[in-house]
Design a protein around this ligand. Structure first.
Ligand SMILES: [Zn+2]
Length: 381
């Protein structure tokens, strides 16, 4: 806690437009001032996260990043500049953040976020925000936050899409969504992937908004936002805890951070690469299913729902059986996953992609949208 329980006149002037927002006020601004946030990665996502948290008056920021600023970073890592090329990113970022908020206290962790320091670092902060670009660190952050009882805001980007996950203690975690680190073989090389800097800005700004919302006590449930800038679409999914989760489930297998559990893949990247779109509209699905090489349609609803209605040709694989029935899902042809409204099937789609099934897509809107827009003979329920 800060020694001074009130805002100074300077702080009131500086944050006047924010303090007047509903749910903020002087009390909210004080909460932000007293908060300690650990930022993992001072890169494309960490840049906007750090800049907006500093500008919003979050009082204590930790920056963990072992890298130095390179010229190829600058198109997206806007906290750095030509004048800091070659410097450790922690120092470069701290200089920029200090200019935005001279009262900010910044702790530098140039050793990065490692198995050795993860638990101690997490314990020092109220919240962790992960903008790193590799699966090993991402899973390490997720597990360290579960074990340390800290909220985690996760973000990732690829090309012109990305996602933001909000995970709160005792209400599900990153591994509920992605149980295991993907195989290196399912991960593309760095040269294959690319990203627009502005997309990092979109996702990073959203991450900062979520951090502030958590600090102000405005988030009570975990959620996942999917953003496709090219399509101009966003999708917000409510997340639920998985009782079988290896990190936060009823009988967790992850009880400590072990070095061997976070072997980095061959090359860091946000997602397993897939040429297939993450989601397909019911109109497009109808066209594909009637085409010469139709996708395999997997219905992940429960048997009683399947009995009410189904899309012709769909195979029933209820969501809670998918992990045990992976062998039934083809890897060599397109797969379309479907449920009632598209929520459960999105979770399965993400799960299968993390398992290396690159050609899996979600049917947007599920069988409800199919009934409304493609085949009204399919009953709704
Ligand atoms: Zn979990």
């Amino acid at each position: 806690m800060s020694a001074d329980p009130r805002l100074s006149d300077h702080e009131r002037a500086l944050y006047a437009r924010q303090i007047r927002l509903p749910g903020v006020g002087e009390a909210g601004q004080l909460r932000l001032r007293d908060a300690k946030v650990l930022i993992l990665g001072a890169g494309g996502l960490g840049s906007p996260v750090g800049l907006y948290l500093a500008a919003a008056g979050v009082g204590h920021l930790g920056i963990a990043d072992p890298d130095k600023v390179e010229v190829s970073n600058l198109h997206r890592q806007i906290v750095h500049g030509f004048d800091t090329l070659g410097l450790p990113k922690t120092i470069s970022a701290a200089e920029a953040l200090g200019e935005i908020n001279p009262g900010l206290k910044v702790a530098l962790h140039p050793e990065g976020f490692t198995v050795e320091n993860a638990a101690a670092l997490v314990a020092r902060y109220d919240l962790v925000v992960d903008g790193t670009d590799n699966f090993a660190t991402r899973f390490l952050a997720a597990d360290a936050c579960v074990l340390g009882g800290r909220p985690l805001v996760h973000g990732s980007v690829l090309r012109d899409s990305g996602q933001v996950g909000v995970f709160l203690p005792k209400s599900g975690c990153y591994r509920c969504l992605y149980p295991a680190i993907p195989d290196a073989a399912s991960v593309p090389t760095c040269a294959d992937a690319g990203v627009f800097g502005a997309t990092c800005g979109v996702i990073g700004s959203w991450m900062a908004s979520e951090v502030i919302a958590i600090l102000l006590g405005r988030r009570t449930a975990p959620r996942l936002l999917l953003v496709d800038v090219a399509a101009g679409s966003t999708r917000l999914l409510a997340l639920s805890a998985d009782p079988a989760c290896p990190a936060c489930g009823k009988a967790p297998s992850i009880r400590s951070l072990e070095k061997t559990a976070y072997a980095p893949p061959a090359c860091p990247t946000p997602f397993p690469m897939s040429a297939a779109p993450l989601e397909i509209t019911v109109e497009e699905a109808s066209r594909l299913l009637a085409g010469p090489t139709p996708p395999v349609l997997i219905d992940v609803r429960e048997p009683d729902e399947f009995a009410v209605c189904r899309i012709e040709g769909a195979r029933l694989v209820p969501m809670n059986t998918v992990a045990a029935r992976l062998a039934e899902i083809p890897q060599d042809r397109p797969v379309l996953v479907q449920c009632h409204h598209g929520g459960r099937s999105m979770k399965v789609t993400q799960f299968l992609r993390a398992k290396g099934f690159a050609q899996v897509s979600n049917l947007q809107g599920g069988i409800e949208a199919w009934s409304l827009r493609v085949d009204p003979k399919v009953p709704r329920y």
